[in-house]
Design a protein around this ligand. Structure first.
Ligand code: THU
Length: 134
C-alpha cells in the first residue's frame, strides 16, 4: 500500500473522530466522512439515520451539505471511515453527489484494517449530468 501523505492522514483522522458522533441507532453502523476543498477547508459529516429509514442521510452527503452551506465548492479529497469486516465504500447515491462537486477528487476509504486510495472518477465513471431540456 502506498504511503499516505500527512494531509491524507489528517483527513482520515477527522473522519474517524466525527464518526463517534454518528446517529445510527437502527443499523448500529457508524460512518464518518471528511472532505477537503480547493480552498483548503475541511467539512465533516456523519450518517444520520431516521425512524423512517428512507430519510437516512449518509456521512458523505452530510459533509457535502456542510460544504455547500458554507459557500464552498471544489472537492479535492474525501475520506470515509467506518468499522466492519470490509472497507465501507461510498454508496451509489453519495458517489453521484460527490462527483458533481469533485470529479477529480481522491477518495480515501479507511477502517481499522487500513486504507484504500482511489478516485471518484474510478468509482463513478459515467455519472448522470443534467444538461437541461432540449
Ligand atoms: N452509510 C453511509 O453513511 N455512507 C455510505 O456510503 C453507505 C452507508 C450509512 C447509511 C446507514 O446509516 C448505514 O450506513 C447503514 O447502511
Amino acid at each position: 500500500m502506498a504511503e499516505l501523505d500527512p494531509g491524507a492522514l489528517k483527513l482520515i483522522s477527522l473522519a474517524r473522530a466525527v464518526r463517534e458522533r454518528a446517529y445510527a441507532p437502527y443499523s448500529g453502523f457508524r460512518v464518518g466522512a471528511a472532505i477537503e476543498t480547493a480552498s483548503g477547508n475541511v467539512y465533516t459529516g456523519t450518517n444520520v439515520e431516521n425512524a423512517s429509514y428512507g430519510a437516512t442521510v449518509c456521512a458523505e452527503r452530510a459533509a457535502v451539505f456542510g460544504m455547500i452551506a458554507a459557500g464552498d465548492r471544489g472537492i479535492t479529497r474525501v475520506a470515509v471511515y467506518a468499522e466492519g469486516p470490509e472497507l465501507s465504500m461510498p454508496c451509489g447515491m453519495c458517489r453521484q453527489v460527490l462527483v458533481e462537486h469533485g470529479p477529480s477528487a481522491e477518495v480515501l476509504v479507511a477502517g481499522p484494517g487500513g486504507t484504500r486510495t482511489t478516485t471518484l472518477a474510478a468509482l463513478m465513471p459515467e455519472p448522470f449530468v443534467f444538461e437541461g431540456p432540449r
